[in-house]
Design a protein around this ligand. Structure first.
Ligand code: C2E
Ligand code: CA
Ligand code: CA
Length: 781
């Protein structure tokens, strides 16, 4: 038996075979009526022609068989057409093959039986009708090749048998003709079936592709952020989709035929778009702004397109994306990259580029002044009131600086105000008289800072230090200008804060010197370059020595003896004060352990040390190692300790006091000079700064302050010590005011400890055991 799809079987995917078979059956079903009619007419012609020559019952049987076979075939087809037959295609094809066998055999047997019995003319009719039937079957059954082959084979066999019965040479030739014709027709049937299958498969593929494209386009047009557009030769919109209309904020009908370019704001981008479209050039992501806001919002589109020659009149096609959101996000990101989120002022990045361009494009005769402003003790605001208050303070400060700059009469120049980070701000002014303006502005800014800030329920008092540098007077480059302003700011802070300082050339030298000193300090402990000097502390009334203050020196191989005023600030800034301070504490206690009569030792502590984690541990271990009674030890701290990180610092002070050591407030009156500080912590001693003592004799005001401090301290049960007593009159006055202790050159300068406590040849023998010292000290206490 011939295979269903002898040629194409492998080319048809397995999942499509059933579908292809059904298509083949349907194609046959569509022409089955014509085939049946042809068959019946043929049979009728044969019956009419052979009546009288062939026995009637045979003709009747033939007609009956043909009618029944035809009805059966019609019935099959009707069933399929009306969907009654839901059977599998293989079964239907078998049914058709059976029907073809029936018809073919009926026709074939008729030919074989009747041929010898009829006249020569009717033989011709039988042969002609047989061949016609074969040709008709090849055509009408071309999609059901098995049926066609069966029919043709049966019919041709009958015809050949009929012809063979005549036994003549002509009939032999006719047999060959029938055989060849049948073979060719069968071959044609296969080819036609294959063509049909190929066509329906490619149709199916095309339909699928079309469906996908349609789906994608719909999706693109209606749900995406992009849409397609088409323009005619007059650059008018053709076939605007819904997305296009809603993005343009106009109904689609109104948009239809509108001049495309009229949608956009008249600017450079629109001109570029216009010339590209006019000149029919392709464009890629040209960004244009819409001329009218949509729903009250400015909008941007990105347009790509190219000329085309498809369709009637369409000459330009492309895609539009609404990039408004993206643009807003870009703007936000840009803003965040260049502006400080807290104050809204330009940040360091924008400041850097702004200053750079100002300096590089500076005209002849033009000056640039850079003011760097740093808030004094900002950290204490954060520590005392929390970060939200600190943030609000910085916001208010930023506003105050802006107001101040705007109202300071800087006229034409556009000052740049920036927050460089933390509590550091920068202001740049430029113009012919920028140096003068900068100085006026600095005064203005400091005056503005003097007013308290009302943040929530807090009234915050603050101050600032300002450093100024000028270009081109001081510096030629941006980097140099910033560095010089920074040095000036540093100098302003060094000179007591709350003021401005203009850069001076020797600040640069000082800075180099500071860097060199910092480098050397790093090795000072290891190289044994530190020296501890002592200065006596004296009882004001008896003038008896009660103890010493330990004062540090650095014995530098080249610089000689370096004073602490020079290196302590550097050590504090670099953190080196922690190891240096540890050396001081251990050495001072070791030294005090040698003294016989329980004299006290006062040790200076910097804020950095108090904030360092290991201080308490260090004090405990140094006390234990030296055996010095805690009551003989006094730590001197300055007011800044109370300002910075105050609560944590106060805790450390309390824990030190709980060890039994004493805490003294040093340099009282120099910092914020507030009597309030005396109430913040139960100090054991107040050290009145030298500056008050030095003009005790000359300034009434100093006398009043010193008197008040002594009175208050006495009331609070705190001991008072006046520093820098150089003259007897000062001592007399202090005694009169009730000051309990004094210190100063009148009683002894800071000298190497050997000068006050010479080491004996065999000090170990003379030294009292540590316990005895501690005991005697405790007894005295
Ligand atoms: P200070 O704690 O106020 O020390 C007193 C300073 O005044 C000492 O300067 C002392 O030599 C000086 N002085 C004392 N009596 C007189 C006087 O009658 N007239 C004059 N004109 N000056 C007098 P020195 O030793 O140069 O110390 C300066 C500062 O260095 C100290 O001020 C202290 O703040 C700091 N310092 C010294 N040693 C240390 C230390 O070991 N650790 C820390 N953190 N700071 C230290
Ligand atoms: Ca001191
Ligand atoms: Ca002091």
């Amino acid at each position: 038996m011939v295979s269903k799809h002898a040629v194409l079987r492998t080319a048809i995917p397995a999942e499509l075979r059933e579908w292809v078979d059904n298509r083949l059956i349907n194609a046959h079903v569509r022409i089955v009526r014509i085939m049946v009619v042809g068959c019946l007419l043929n049979a009728a012609a044969i019956c009419l022609a052979l009546a009288g020559e062939v026995e009637n019952w045979l003709l009747g049987l033939f007609a009956c068989m043909i009618v029944m076979a035809s009805l059966h075939r019609l019935w099959l087809a009707e069933g399929i057409a009306r969907g009654r037959r839901q059977r599998r295609s293989a079964k239907i094809m078998n049914a058709y093959a059976l029907s073809s066998l029936w018809l073919g055999l009926t026709m074939g047997i008729a030919c074989a039986l009747f041929f010898a019995q009829v006249s020569h003319g009717d033989q011709l009719l039988l042969a002609t009708s047989g061949v016609a039937q074969i040709a008709a079957a090849a055509y009408t059954m071309r999609t059901l090749v098995r049926s066609a082959v069966i029919f043709i084979a049966a019919q041709a066999s009958g015809l050949i048998i009929g012809l063979a019965q005549l036994g003549e040479f002509d009939e032999l030739a006719a047999i060959v003709v029938v055989l060849v014709a049948s073979g060719l027709l069968i071959r044609m049937t296969f080819m036609a079936r294959d063509l049909f299958v190929t066509r329906i498969l490619s149709d199916r593929e095309l339909a699928a592709t079309t469906r996908t494209v349609k789906l994608l386009l719909n999706e693109y047009q209606e749900s995406g952020s992009d849409w397609l557009f088409e323009l005619d030769s007059q650059r008018r919109i053709v076939g605007a989709c819904k997305r296009f209309a809603s993005a343009a904020g106009q109904p689609a009908e109104q948009l239809e035929g509108t001049e495309f370019l009229s949608l956009f704001a008249a600017d450079g981008a629109r001109s570029a778009l216009s010339s590209a479209i006019v000149e029919r050039r392709p464009i890629r992501s040209v960004i244009v702004a819409l001329g009218n806001p949509v729903e009250g919002e400015a909008r941007w589109w990105s347009i790509s397109g190219r000329p085309c020659h498809l369709g009637e009149g369409v000459v330009y096609r492309g895609v539009i994306s609404d990039i408004t959101e993206r643009r807003h996000a870009e703007h936000r990101a840009q803003h965040m990259a260049h502006f400080d989120t807290l104050t809204g002022l330009p940040n360091r990045t924008l400041f850097d580029s702004g200053l750079e361009s100002l300096v590089s494009t500076r005209k002849r005769g033009e000056h640039i002044a850079l003011l760097l402003l740093d808030v004094d003790h900002f950290k204490s605001i954060n520590d005392m009131h929390g970060h939200p208050v600190g943030d609000a303070f910085l916001c208010a400060l930023g506003q105050r600086l802006t107001d101040c700059v705007q109202t300071s009469g800087l006229g034409g120049s556009h000052p740049l105000i920036a927050r460089l980070g933390g509590d550091e701000f920068a202001i740049v002014v430029s113009g012919d008289d920028a140096p003068d303006h900068a100085v006026r502005l600095a005064g203005c800014l400091l005056a503005a800072m003097a007013d308290p800030f009302q943040i929530d329920r807090y009234e915050l008092h603050s101050g600032a230090s300002i450093g100024i540098a000028l270009a081109p007077f001081h510096a030629g480059s941006k980097e140099q200008l910033v560095s010089y302003a920074d040095m000036a700011l540093h100098a302003a802070k060094q000179r007591g804060r709350g003021d401005w300082e203009m850069f001076e050339p020797d600040m640069d030298a000082q800075l180099h010197e500071r860097h060199a000193l910092a480098r050397d300090l790093r090795h000072a402990v290891a190289r044994g370059e530190l020296r501890l000097f002592l200065q006596p502390l004296v009882d004001a009334s008896s003038e008896a020595r009660t103890g010493y203050e330990a004062l540090l020196r650095c014995q530098h191989p080249e610089r000689g003896l370096v004073s602490p005023d020079r290196f302590i600030p550097i050590a504090e800034e670099t953190g080196l004060i922690v190891p240096i301070g540890e050396w001081v504490i251990r050495t001072a206690l070791h030294e005090a352990a040698r003294w016989q009569d329980g004299e006290t030792i006062a040790i200076n502590l910097s804020p950095v040390q108090i904030q360092s984690a290991g201080l308490l541990q260090l004090v405990v271990s140094a006390l234990a190692e030296s055996g010095v009674a805690p009551g003989r030890v006094e730590f001197e701290i300055t007011e800044s300790v109370l300002l910075e990180n105050s609560q944590a610092n106060l805790d450390v002070l309390k824990r030190l006091q709980s060890l039994g050591v004493k805490i003294a407030l040093d340099d009282f009156g120099t910092g914020h000079a507030s009597l309030n500080y005396l109430l913040t912590f139960p100090f054991d001693k107040i050290k009145i700064d030298r500056s008050f003592v030095s003009d005790l004799a000359t300034r009434e005001e100093s006398r009043a302050i010193v008197g008040a401090v002594i009175a208050l301290a006495n009331q609070l049960g705190m001991c008072t010590l006046a520093e820098g007593v150089e003259e007897r009159v000062q001592l007399e006055q202090l005694r009169h005011d009730g000051c309990r202790m004094v210190q100063g050159w009148l009683f002894g300068k800071a000298l190497p400890s050997e000068d006050y406590h010479p080491r004996m040849a065999t000090p170990a023998k003379r030294r009292k055991p540590a316990q005895t010292q501690t005991y005697s000290a405790r007894k005295r206490a």
